[in-house]
Ligand binder design. Structure first.
Ligand code: DX5
Ligand code: ZN
Length: 216
């Protein structure tokens, strides 16, 4: 069974408490929080005050995906806001190794995200240091985009690397994940699935979360 991380980006921000509570009561494992700065990606999502509100109600670990340049400027702040997994983009980090060590020294689990064009080899030298490898299956910035099919072979490459390096890194897939492609993603080696619109645009989000959780 994969870990399921509903993306709050697709939730109803006018009734955020209702959607957080729904996830609390569901079979979901984590909350996926997308932080965008309008520079690294062509969109701005939400920031600290909203995350603080989410954290006050969330009863599951916060899986925080930073789509921002110079992410190291905010590590301490995200730690204070209760991030369990803090994921930064390889493309946004000049000193990726150092940043990973800082995240871990602050007591968080370190994740690295890769854009669709970035090969798995970009994390070859740090795979043993990270708890999470987030493979983007759409170009980051927006929910509701179409899944990029090339992701399947990328997951297999990531799995091979993890086995070869004897690492215990979890592979997380983010973008265009739904009940239809979940089984194939898991078969290729995905350990965690992020789902935004597939969950919250459905009239029965709890059922979708359960279907994703039971996909195999
Ligand atoms: C996209 C974000 C995703 C997004 C996924 O940049 O990283 O987490 O919320 O949304 P869906 O599942 O709708 O593709
Ligand atoms: Zn994300």
């Amino acid at each position: 069974m994969a870990l399921i991380s509903p993306s709050v980006l697709a939730a109803d921000f006018l009734h955020l408490a209702k959607d957080i509570e729904l996830v609390n009561q569901s079979q979901a494992d984590w909350f996926h929080l997308d932080i965008m700065d309008g520079v690294f990606v062509p969109n701005i999502s939400y920031g600290m005050p909203v995350m603080k509100s989410i954290q006050s109600l969330a009863q599951k670990p916060l899986d925080v995906h930073l789509m921002i340049i110079e992410p190291e400027r905010y590590f301490e702040e995200f730690q204070k806001l209760g991030a369990e997994y803090l994921t930064i983009h390889a493309e946004a980090s000049t000193h990726l190794h150092r940043s990973i060590q800082v995240i871990k020294s602050l007591g968080m689990k370190a994740g690295v995200a890769l854009n669709p064009h970035t090969p798995i080899s970009a994390v070859e030298e740090v795979i043993q240091d990270i708890e999470l490898l987030l493979i983007m299956s759409v170009n980051p910035g927006f929910g509701g985009q179409k899944f990029i099919e090339n992701t399947y072979s990328k997951i297999e490459k990531a799995k091979d690397l993890i086995i070869q390096k004897n690492a215990s890194t979890l592979i997380e897939i983010d973008g265009g994940v739904n009940v239809e492609n979940a089984s194939k993603l898991i078969a290729c080696g995905a350990d965690a699935l992020v789902a935004g619109s597939a969950v919250f645009a459905n009239e029965n989000p709890t059922q979708v979360i359960s279907d994703l959780k039971n996909a195999h």
